[in-house]
Design a protein around this ligand. Structure first.
Ligand code: GLY
Length: 359
């Protein structure tokens, strides 16, 4: 079993337990502390797991949202808050968010807002949610065409991550989680070596079960040192400026697939503008392309560049800030002029799509 505690400067404590069968043991104990428990999930996950988990809490109210990234909206959030109000939850209640990143982000935000904050327990059911979104207290919905524009930092009281959920994940969901796992590998030399050594079995369930706790430990340490992204935590945006820009432009792939592509693009920018180690970056790109099964078809670079201009990390509309990998275990914040970024994006897109590596 692996267990981690994040104690942030704001004195919020978040306990993360990663173990098979954790829902039958630690979850039951944790929920024993609450008089009121409210479940939130999406239709797919609730059908698969929720009924079984909810059976032990028969009287607890449940709110189910339609599955999918497109529903990560203020409307879904307001419906959830309305259901919480209708259930007359008090401040001592606990919201249990059971699902992937979308459920976790919306559930966490509703828990942060309801009565100025109630406890939240995250039960991440996807690889991506286990290694990334459930850990660290970032909660949000998309708004006005910008990802995660409305949100709050609020640590979940607990995260219970059970690797047996991977058994039912389709390959695409595994690829999605690999986006964040390889991102962590681009930030940690130890994780990179582990991934590189096992590059032929990145999607293997046994390998993933072993690598997930390492990823959670890495992320938990970053969050412990900088919970509200004043400095160090910005490293977790590696590859994400370009990933978000492509994702918002066409949205045909999963978030993690765009992250894998985003890391490749930003590794290329690092070679050109940040004195990146070409040999290492080629290996990092290879890991991403192996996970993706080749560079996917991507939308026109000029459309994506326009969206990158709106990224929250930019200080002005004329520049784009990227968190790029440079050397093993090292990253850099790279600020490019908008025109430079847009032209580079087009060239890199052509490099990877003209050579017949599209899948
Ligand atoms: N997913 C990036 C972060 O939690 O900061």
């Amino acid at each position: 079993m692996k267990s981690f505690v994040i104690r942030t400067k704001t004195a919020e404590e978040s306990r993360i337990v990663c173990r098979a069968g954790v829902l039958r043991t630690a979850l039951v104990r944790a929920l024993g502390d609450y008089k009121e428990v409210f479940f939130f999930s999406d239709r797919n996950v609730w059908e698969l797991y929720g009924r079984k988990i909810g059976r032990a809490y028969r009287d607890a109210p449940v709110h189910i949202m339609p599955a999918g990234e497109a529903n990560k909206t203020p409307e879904t959030l307001l419906k959830l808050l309305a259901a919480m109000a209708e259930a007359q939850l008090h401040r001592g209640a606990c919201l249990v968010a059971l699902g992937g990143g979308v459920v976790g982000d919306i559930g966490g935000l509703a828990a942060a807002l309801y009565m100025r904050g109630i406890d939240c327990i995250q039960i991440p059911t996807t690889l991506l949610a286990q290694v990334d979104s459930s850990v660290g207290g970032k909660t949000a919905v998309d708004f006005a065409g910008v990802k995660n524009l409305i949100g709050a930092f609020r640590q979940p009281r607990y995260v219970f991550a059970d690797p047996t959920f991977f058994a039912t994940l389709p390959p695409r969901e595994v690829r999605c989680g690999l986006g964040e796992i390889i991102k962590h590998g681009a930030l940690s030399a130890e994780l990179f070596d582990l991934l590189w050594a096992h590059r032929s079995r990145l999607a293997d369930g046994e390998f993933l079960a072993a690598v997930v706790p390492e990823n959670i430990a890495f992320k938990a340490e970053v969050v412990r040192r900088d919970a509200t992204e004043k400095g160090l935590r910005k490293c977790l945006n590696l590859g994400h400026t370009t990933a978000h820009a492509f994702e918002l432009t066409d949205g045909k792939l999963s978030h993690g697939e765009y992250v894998l592509a985003g890391i490749v693009f930003e590794a290329e920018f690092a070679k050109r503008y940040a004195d990146g180690d070409a040999e290492y970056l080629a290996k990092l790109e290879e890991l991403c392309l192996t996970a993706l099964g080749g560079m996917p078809a991507l939308p026109p670079a000029k459309d994506a560049a326009r969206l990158a201009r709106l990224d929250k990390k930019n200080a002005s509309p004329d520049e784009v800030v990227l968190t790029v990998p440079v050397r093993k275990g090292e990253y850099r914040l790279l600020t490019l002029g908008y025109d430079e970024y847009a032209a580079g994006l087009e060239e890199i897109r052509n490099k990877f799509t003209a050579g017949g590596v599209q899948c």
